[in-house]
Design a protein around this ligand. Structure first.
Ligand code: SF4
Ligand code: SF4
Length: 189
């Protein structure tokens, strides 16, 4: 059998985990603990998403540690975590597992690995101030529960939409989104 070199040669970026930690430290300083992962698998054992998908959080950490940047960022698996925090509560090393995944997702977004559906959801945020805008069935349900039809968010205070967009612009989020959105639109043509 002839081996396909493209498939067997893995490109390593030995600084990848350092970069992730540098970014994550601004959000939570203990992200560095991910380096102490012993691959025990406790996290995977209780993962509800892992029961139904190929998602294995410990594998993600292992790949990140050995610098397999592309494999970490360019995969659907990264987005299969439901952020339920079960693994974070159980990790014997006290690693903030879920929060680390969130940081890696941020890195993936910044580096242009957002999925088409994510980009669409972002467009809803810019337009409605909500990633999941309210719809008629939800309005009805809220009324049945004795709540106001609209939640006390941008839905009730449309003037707040300007502020939502200002935050998205000031943080550079919108700019990153725009580039990828444009690319995704062009790819569709
Ligand atoms: S439970 Fe913690 S130490 Fe064990 S594999 Fe998962 S992240 Fe690593
Ligand atoms: S936070 Fe994510 S990785 Fe951890 S148990 Fe929940 S779904 Fe699995």
């Amino acid at each position: 059998m002839v081996l396909d070199k493209e498939k067997v040669v893995r490109v390593r970026d030995t600084k990848f985990l350092d970069d992730v930690i540098e970014i994550g430290e601004k959000i939570f300083p203990e992200i560095d603990k991910v380096r102490t992962c012993i691959q025990c698998g406790t996290c995977v054992g209780g993962c509800p998403s892992g029961r139904r998908t190929a998602w294995r959080i410990k594998t993600l950490f292992q790949k990140a540690m050995i610098g397999l940047k592309e494999e970490v960022l360019d995969t659907d698996d990264l987005w299969c975590c439901t952020t339920c925090y079960t693994c974070q509560e159980r990790c014997p090393r006290g690693i903030s597992t879920t929060d680390t995944v969130r940081v890696i997702r941020n890195v993936a977004f910044r580096e242009g690995y957002a999925k088409k559906n994510h980009l669409f959801v972002c467009s809803l945020l810019f337009k409605f101030g909500h990633a999941v805008p309210i719809n008629e069935p939800v309005k009805e349900l809220r009324k049945k529960l004795g709540l106001s039809e609209l939640p006390p968010t941008v839905h009730s205070y449309p003037e707040g939409l300007k502020e939502v967009n200002a935050i998205c612009e000031k943080t550079g989020f919108k700019e990153i989104w725009e580039k990828q959105w444009k690319k995704a639109q062009e790819a569709q043509k």
